[in-house]
Design a protein around this ligand. Structure first.
Ligand SMILES: C[S@@+](CC[C@H](N)C(=O)[O-])C[C@H]1O[C@@H](n2cnc3c(N)ncnc32)[C@H](O)[C@@H]1O
Length: 207
């Protein structure tokens, strides 16, 4: 099953990451790209949170993203920055463009959203030039596995106050499937305002 980020999951995505991490992967990706000069592709590029700073540093990075909502947010963000990013809409397990890439970037655990990561990796390999490079980050759900987060109970996962004063909250409930090595998560997003908004989503993350 594909897992595009939609509605409030898209709208609050960057703000939650910003509150937690502040884009620290950009420098890692930049030093990786220096070793693989040429066109590159960020897989699951979202709204360009990591890709746009790389473009601004002069790297030739295109984006691949499934979610229309993420792409629309990205288009709105690009305009004031004065950049014209190349973003492809497609599924990371199937999409193929007209060219091959010197490097693929898959930050922020996007590979683990694939229904079968091995199938996705084989497909990604076919998008690369010979001797091309893959930058990949993965996430181990230690807090869930070690029981620091309660299973089958809702807990406050992220909270952020947006620049316009509205408050975004993400509540999460998870279940572990040890045999298949999957965390099944239910997400409940809410955003204050008039009217207040909510959005429910489900996510399967493999470890
Ligand atoms: C954890 S977010 C990371 C976004 C971006 N890389 C960042 O760090 O800001 C994962 C992204 O992958 C996208 N995605 C999920 N499944 C996908 C698929 N099958 N093909 C392409 N993109 C997908 C989601 O819509 C989401 O934007």
């Amino acid at each position: 099953m594909s897992q595009p980020y939609l509605s409030l999951e898209a709208e609050l995505h960057d703000a939650f990451w910003e509150a937690e991490d502040g884009g620290s992967e950009v420098e890692l990706m930049a030093s990786f790209l220096e070793k693989f000069p040429g066109p590159s592709l960020e897989i699951g590029a979202g709204s360009g949170r990591l890709m746009y700073p790389l473009l601004q540093k002069g790297f030739e990075v295109e984006g691949l993203e499934l979610s229309r909502d993420m792409l629309d947010l990205g288009a709105r963000r690009a305009e004031p920055l004065g950049i014209r990013p190349i973003m492809h809409q497609g599924d990371m397990t199937k999409w193929r463009g007209p060219r091959k890439y010197a490097a693929l970037l898959a930050p922020a655990f996007t590979l683990q959203l694939a229904p079968d990561p091995a199938v996705a990796l084989r497909h990604w390999h076919s998008l690369l030039e010979n001797q091309g490079g893959l930058y990949l980050t993965v996430f181990m759900p230690y807090a869930e596995l070690l029981g620091d987060l309660p299973e089958n109970e809702w807990y406050d996962d992220h909270f952020v106050t947006l620049p316009d004063g509205r408050e975004g909250l993400l509540e999460t409930r998870h279940r572990l499937d040890h045999e298949r090595q999957i965390v099944e998560r239910e997400h409940r997003y809410s955003l204050s305002g008039e009217p207040p908004l909510t959005h429910l989503s489900r996510q399967s993350v493999r470890w």
